[in-house]
Design a protein around this ligand. Structure first.
Ligand SMILES: *Cc1c(COP(=O)(O)O)cnc(C)c1O
Length: 217
């Protein structure tokens, strides 16, 4: 475990899939992790991180961004419309655009400020009640709507159901992306990023395998 190990595993998975390692971005998911662990990864030269909550990210990243050059943080978790403005200021990409109302809010703010992070639209590939994202059957229409709003849609994101084979979900996400001409695929976490790479992931989101288990207590 740890950053070096994960980088090696990504390189191997890329080689096995005959892909360039540079085509897969490693997002180190630092949510809930103590600052000392995050600093250790920054000190190893890693610069791309993922967070789940706007407020938590606001509490730690502005300071790290002052101390370390070139840091980028992506938002991976659900975004409330009333936090959209703050999210657009802090994050260089949002992976959790999961409903038309949020897309409309982001578009309005993008018009107003003249800037918008890269956006991934979240698809609820497992059609789980409790999970965010549009249903696979609604994905094409949602992509078209976001594009019509002039939003910088770069790809799709999914979080497969815990107890199902992730590959089926990764393959479905890829199919939807391909037929819509989207290059970005945000898929794969600590337990399944190698399968995601085999199926075309461009962004893998790895937390506990880099930093260790999260302590929610
Ligand atoms: C927490 C989280 C991850 C990382 O999960 P690990 O299992 O620790 O790798 C990836 N993506 C999202 C959306 C998450 O919330």
């Amino acid at each position: 475990m740890g950053l070096t190990d994960i980088r090696e595993r990504i390189a191997k998975a890329c080689a096995a899939a005959e892909r360039n390692a540079e085509d897969v971005q490693l997002i180190a998911v630092s949510k809930v992790q103590p600052n000392a662990r995050v600093e250790a990864v920054l000190d190893q030269g890693h610069r791309l991180f993922g967070e789940n909550k706007v407020q938590e990210a606001q509490g730690k990243w502005p300071e790290f961004m002052q101390r370390y050059d070139g840091v980028q943080v992506h938002l991976l978790g659900p975004l409330q419309t009333n936090k959209a403005r703050a999210a657009m200021e802090l994050f260089s990409a949002i992976h959790s655009v999961d409903r038309p109302k949020l897309a409309q809010t982001l578009a309005r703010l993008a018009q107003e400020t003249g800037a918008c992070p890269d956006l991934f639209l979240q698809v609820n590939t497992g059609e789980e009640e409790q999970k965010a994202g549009v249903l696979p059957a609604d994905a094409d229409a949602f992509i078209a709507e976001a594009r019509a709003l002039d939003l910088p849609v770069v790809g799709l994101m999914c979080i497969p159901p815990v107890h199902e084979t992730p590959s089926l979900h990764f393959a479905l996400l890829r199919k939807i992306a391909e037929r819509n001409g989207l290059a970005g695929l945000s898929m794969g976490m600590s337990s399944d990023f190698e399968e995601a790479i085999a199926l075309g992931a461009t962004h893998v989101r790895v937390g506990s395998a880099i930093f260790g288990e999260r302590d929610y207590s």
